[in-house]
Design a binder for this molecule. Structure first.
Ligand code: AMP
Ligand code: ZN
Length: 474
């Protein structure tokens, strides 16, 4: 069965045809580690994880590379503002290097809680300064770079197809060129190497052009070439990267190597958007993390399920109610599979495709996943299989085992239900007050009560008989 993927470059769903048969090289733009990743960021990494797991299910040998942006990403995605790492250092009173370490650890902790597999190669920008300098030298030799007092810039007017990924309106973009160009020759030019220029930075290096630090885009061009070659199969990231970061990666890489396309398929995940006036901005420090979901009594994998219930190319809505729904669904799935584990022998049916009774479901689920990673459809089919009385427990378990390899929901681990609620009357009263607040559409009060209930150590679980309280897991 072929895997089809939507390629942002062609704006079409294409059959995935790897450069080298049987292999897939994937590069994912990693987190900027100046603060905790928020649940929106984590959605992007769940999407990349589902891609990797699906390609592995299809039999490909996947090499997944992800960078850690620990220098050079300015507070604007373009060339303005301060380096986010130095901003983090000033905020917390520790060095930029310690900030990078702290939030790299935090990122992988959150990833692990979400069952996101660690990429085969995780590479830090600060460990690859030499490769970045070499690529800038190649661009300079080929006449694609110029130097000003501020920086070494990429000259985007030297290429005909700048902005092809985003289909940028260059005339419109460059229209206002006479104003506000700063040191650049053209509005779309971008920094390859920025000079420290007197200010003492914590992260700076010598270079043939002067002391400074690399631009954000060059790190991904240099590291992807270093680990995957000048041309590779798939590049992933969030949709916000299309107009600037990925656009600039493409022109740097294709001009430096003289080979195109740099990446054969471009996959972009849509954003997570917050409802109910929940705010989320990494730069303001006011945002939701997986840690916070746990503090409120949610299993992180309920959030992973929520991500899977939305297709990666649709905006995902997040509210506490939506998460409650996913948490309830997740609990039911775990209970259903645990009941099967109690009856059946998980190892009895090894190959779902070889067994006629399960083959139908295998095909349905697989086809959905191979159709541009349609996880919502695939999940529905798996749930139908679990509820299908014509299948034995062992047959159902064989399907769960195979496809949880992609869903990553730990479904095959026996689930022990927390002992029933022994919440005191005051917490029960808060639950009732919250029901009333919701009826009155007083969302702020409903939220406040949820937090108070969480603070008392309970989570609200939706059941067919209405909301119930359960003790939060430690
Ligand atoms: P950053 O740490 O800012 O470099 O972003 C890490 C990843 O998260 C990138 O792939 C972004 O495109 C993605 N991203 C940022 N905000 C959101 C959001 N609200 N929802 C989904 N993905 C996001
Ligand atoms: Zn990148």
């Amino acid at each position: 069965m072929e895997v089809k993927l939507y390629n942002t470059m062609s704006r079409a769903t294409e059959v995935f045809d790897p450069i080298e048969a049987g292999q897939a090289g994937i590069y994912t733009c990693g987190p900027t580690v100046y603060h905790h990743a928020h649940i929106g960021n984590m959605r992007a990494y769940v999407a990349a994880d589902v891609l990797v797991r699906t390609l592995r299910l299809s039999g490909l040998n996947v090499k997944h590379v992800m960078n850690i942006t620990d220098v050079g990403h300015l507070t604007s995605d373009e060339d303005e503002g301060d380096d986010k790492m130095e901003v983090g250092a000033a905020r917390e009173g520790i060095t930029a290097w310690d900030i990078a370490e702290r939030y790299t650890v935090s990122f992988f902790e959150q990833s692990e809680k979400l069952n996101i597999k660690r990429p085969n190669i995780v590479c830090r920008a600060t460990d690859h300064i030499a490769q970045q300098i070499t690529m800038i030298e190649q661009l300079e030799e080929k006449g694609f770079a110029y130097k000003t007092d501020e920086a070494v810039y990429f000259d985007t007017t030297k290429i005909d197809d700048y902005g092809k990924l985003a289909r940028l309106d260059l005339e419109g973009l460059r229209g206002g060129e006479r104003v506000d160009l700063g040191a650049k020759h053209s509005k779309t030019d971008f920094a390859l190497w920025k000079f420290s220029r007197g200010e003492k930075r914590q992260m700076e290096w010598d270079s043939p052009w002067g002391v400074g630090f690399p631009g954000w885009h060059i790190e991904c061009s240099a590291m992807s070439a270093h680990y995957l070659g000048d041309q590779f199969d798939i590049h992933t990231g969030g949709i916000d990267h299309i107009p600037v970061h990925h656009t600039n990666e493409i022109c740097q890489s294709e001009c430096a190597t003289g080979k195109a396309p740099f990446a054969k398929y471009w996959l972009h995940s849509e954003f997570l958007r917050l409802l109910d006036d929940i705010k989320m901005s990494k730069s303001s420090g006011d945002f939701l993390t997986v840690f916070e979901l746990e503090n409120r009594g949610y299993d992180p994998l309920a959030f992973r399920l929520l991500c899977l219930k939305a297709h990666y190319r649709t905006a995902m809505k997040f509210s506490w109610d939506v998460l409650d729904g996913a948490a309830t669904q997740y609990r039911r799935m775990r209970l259903a599979v645990t009941a099967l584990l109690d009856q059946g022998d998980a190892d009895a049916v090894a190959d779902t495709a070889a067994d006629e009774a399960t083959a139908r479901y295998d095909t349905l689920i697989r086809s959905a996943l191979y159709d541009d990673l349609a996880t919502p459809v695939a999940l529905t089919h798996l749930q139908a299989a679990i509820g299908d009385d014509t299948l034995s427990a062992a047959q159902k378990l064989s399907l769960v085992k195979t496809f949880d390899g992609v869903f990553g929901l730990s479904l095959m681990e026996p689930f022990v239900e927390e002992s029933g609620s022994d919440a005191g009357e005051d917490v029960q009263a808060m639950l009732e007050a919250r029901q009333q607040a919701r009826k009155d559409k007083d969302w702020a009060e409903a939220d406040r009560l949820r937090e108070a209930i969480a603070a008392a150590g309970y989570v609200i679980v939706d059941t067919p008989d209405g909301p119930k309280l359960e003790a939060a897991k430690a």
